[in-house]
Design a protein around this ligand. Structure first.
Ligand code: COA
Length: 173
């Protein structure tokens, strides 16, 4: 079985992160290299990568905000990041197709939730497509309904996980 580890992003992960994003999202939704460079500079503390076989195979990242839902402007404008803000957002969670179905995305999400909890955030927010609502509900997120987001021309749902959660699902023992 492949072993992986999760760690904070480093500036030299940029090329690999851009590749993961390109291979996982449709072009209209993928963050480009410059957007990812800006995110790595602005909020490395909430940008984590999964490394396996000596390479970056997945990642999770997002700015921190005092707003309880993601606005499309946030994806492109890292100046909206508030390090001491209340809500950890998730801009992207992606794992290379050949490494999917092994629990890597779930481990990345649990890592982000634990980190947000340690930093005393009120909660985590994300937008997702309808087919992934159940996936995020399994971590304790609640579906708040259709989002105003028009990111990439798709239909999105606002999801909110309020902290402190009693336990992180999957880590009860
Ligand atoms: C979504 C994504 C991150 C999942 O990555 P992954 O590493 O395969 O996820 P995990 O192995 O941790 O978890 C998958 C498990 O979650 C559960 N799951 C998945 N979708 C689910 C749903 N809609 N409802 C309930 N549970 C779900 C299943 O148990 C699934 O197991 P399976 O893969 O054996 O069927 C990956 O498919 C991906 O990168 N997709 C493209 C980018 C994307 O859409 N990202 C999310 C939007 S930000």
């Amino acid at each position: 079985m492949t072993q992986w580890k999760i760690r904070e992003v480093r500036p030299d992960d940029l090329e690999a992160a851009a590749r993961v994003e390109r291979l996982c999202f449709p072009a209209a939704e993928a963050a480009g290299k410059e957007a990812l460079r800006a995110r790595i500079q602005a909020f490395p503390g909430s940008f984590f990568v999964a490394e396996a076989d000596g390479a970056v195979v997945g990642m999770i990242n997002g700015a921190v905000t005092d707003e309880p839902a993601i606005r499309d402007e946030m994806f492109a404008d890292v100046s909206l990041h508030r390090p001491d803000g209340a809500y950890q957002s998730i801009f992207g969670l992606d794992v290379l197709p050949e490494y999917q179905h092994r629990g890597i995305a779930s481990a990345l999400m649990r890592h982000m939730i634990r980190d947000a909890k340690e930093k005393g955030r009120k909660g985590l927010i994300l937008t997702c497509k309808e087919r992934l609502i159940g996936f995020y509900e399994s971590f304790g997120y609640r579906n708040l309904g259709r989002s105003r987001s028009e990111h990439g021309g798709a239909v999105w749902y606002d999801m909110l996980l309020e902290l402190p959660a009693e336990v992180i699902p999957g880590e009860e023992s």
